[in-house]
Design a protein around this ligand. Structure first.
Ligand code: SAH
Length: 466
């Protein structure tokens, strides 16, 4: 069976660095019952495709006790689908062939590890117990666009109907390590079989490979059950571990939230920013609005209540935040008509994205300071040149106000993930540069209680197209 991964990133050939596999050589790794071959079928700046081809030895499967038990029918141990389909052997091959990429290490270009890439996977042939509906239930919540071709049981006997075998193409924008973890966990889950005995260490593997996505996956329970081959004791243990992981992550997030003198003040300040952004969007007369870097959807929750907004699109690079946004917005309770008004998409503001075109206004609430300066330059182009809404509202902390936070030492930022924090003058100079370059007028405003010397804790720029 064959797995291909294609990147069409601006520098697609970076994929070979990330995978630690040279594009000019065909390489092999030994598996418990056969071999995996790794080679490239395309390698240019526009498109890079790596192939992982499994060559399974059916006799080796029997010898190593890795195939079916043989209680199904005579010769089942020798005559079965295992050498021809993607199964847990494929997961094993992925982990062995692409171990560094899966663990998120890249010696030569470490910055690539965290990069969100446009990736396409083709898997032939994938057995799915539960059919296309189940396949989509597993992949779509993770943001994949799925195309599935179901094969006939036997082309000579169409009356026998369809088989459980699919050729699947799935596309997404995500980090390579995330993609590999999804494949590693989900291939055996779809197949609903494993080539080895399930031991307790499988729980640990599932919890670590599922980190960041499985805790919040709507099919978490079934994935866990199938992955652990429906062994209730293991399944419960894993579900508890996943729940704990989710809880720790949430507290970590809270812990790294802005340093303010009191929790209430943080909430008030953030509420003030959201309200200010909403008021600007309303005042602009916008009907179609974007919330870029929407996070858990705090602004979206305010926007959906306003009838003026006919179309609302929230975008964030973090799948996990979007999942939380979906839950907090309670999208599952929306009627089909209400759902037509709001869309949540995963994407990065550092790539030109056609989905962001044709909107009247955009808000970026506390987003820009999360980007490195070179990425910020790309964001500027994406927003002001390509997406180009008539009104753009941007908020960011006012660094001068940091002296008012007793717990914040001089020179530190309010949030662990901030790449910079600007003074009022720096922000205004940045806004002015953009306004001139892209033909907008702008106004900078304070957000939050004004201090006579250092200004307000947050600041907002409102751009209007000339
Ligand atoms: N606007 C939200 C969240 C602010 S936190 C609110 O006010 O509550 C910053 C958000 O920006 C995070 O959710 C983060 O995932 C997102 N983000 C960071 N870099 C991004 C990028 N390149 N593209 C899109 N979103 C990004």
């Amino acid at each position: 069976m064959l797995l291909t991964i294609t990147s069409t990133h601006t520098k697609a050939s970076d994929l070979s660095y990330l995978l630690h596999k040279r594009p000019d050589k065909c390489q092999q790794v030994e598996l418990s019952a056969g071999k995996a071959h790794i080679f490239y079928t395309a390698n240019s700046e526009e498109k890079c495709t790596v192939a992982l081809l499994l060559d399974i030895d059916p006799v080796g499967l029997v010898r190593n006790d890795k195939g079916p038990a043989g209680d199904g029918f005579l010769l089942e141990q020798y005559v079965n689908d295992r050498p021809y389909v993607a199964s847990s052997l494929m997961s094993h091959a992925i982990a062995k062939a692409f171990s560094s990429a899966m663990n998120g290490t890249c010696k030569d270009k470490p910055e690539l590890v965290e990069e969100v890439l446009p990736l396409e996977v083709k898997l032939a042939v994938l057995p799915v117990k539960g059919g296309e509906v189940f396949l989509r239930k597993l992949l779509e919540p993770l943001g994949y666009e799925v195309m599935a071709q179901q094969h006939e049981l036997d082309a000579n006997f169409p009356e026998w109907g369809k088989s459980r075998y699919f050729t699947v193409t799935m596309k997404n924008r995500l980090k390579l390590k995330e993609l590999l973890s999804h494949l590693y966990v989900l291939i055996p889950v779809m197949d609903n079989a494993k080539h080895y005995w399930i031991g307790e260490h499988e729980i640990e593997k599932l919890v670590s490979k599922g980190k960041g996505w499985l805790e919040v996956h709507p099919e978490k329970k079934q994935i866990t059950q199938r992955y652990l081959k429906s062994m209730p004791a293991y399944t419960n243990q894993a579900l508890v571990a996943l729940m704990q992981q989710d809880a720790t992550e949430n507290t970590e997030e809270e812990g790294t939230k802005e340093v303010e003198s009191g929790e209430k003040e943080v909430l008030n300040l953030h509420a003030a920013r959201l309200l200010a952004a909403k008021e600007e969007l309303l005042a602009s007369g916008a009907k179609r609005v974007l919330d870029l870097g929407c996070g858990e959807g705090r602004l979206l929750r305010l926007l959906v209540k306003e009838k003026q907004f006919e179309m609302i699109l929230g975008m964030d690079v973090s799948y996990r935040s979007l999942e939380l946004a979906k839950q907090k917005l309670k999208l599952d309770r929306f009627s089909p008509t209400q759902l037509e008004r709001i869309q949540l998409i995963q994407g990065s503001l550092t790539y030109r994205d056609k989905r962001l075109e044709g909107y009247d206004a955009a808000a970026l609430v506390e987003v820009i300071e999360h980007l490195d300066t070179d990425r910020l330059k790309t964001l500027e182009k994406v927003l002001f040149e390509y997406s180009r809404p008539k009104t753009i509202v941007i908020t960011t902390p006012n660094a001068e106000y940091n002296t008012q936070y007793e717990t914040l030492s001089a020179g530190s930022f309010r949030h662990a993930d901030h790449r910079f924090e600007w003074t009022r003058q720096e922000f205004e100079a940045w806004a002015k540069g953009l306004a001139i370059k892209y033909g907008y007028s702008f106004l900078c405003k304070p957000v939050g209680p004004l201090h006579e010397l250092v200004g307000a804790p947050s600041q907002m720029a409102v751009f209007s197209m000339k």
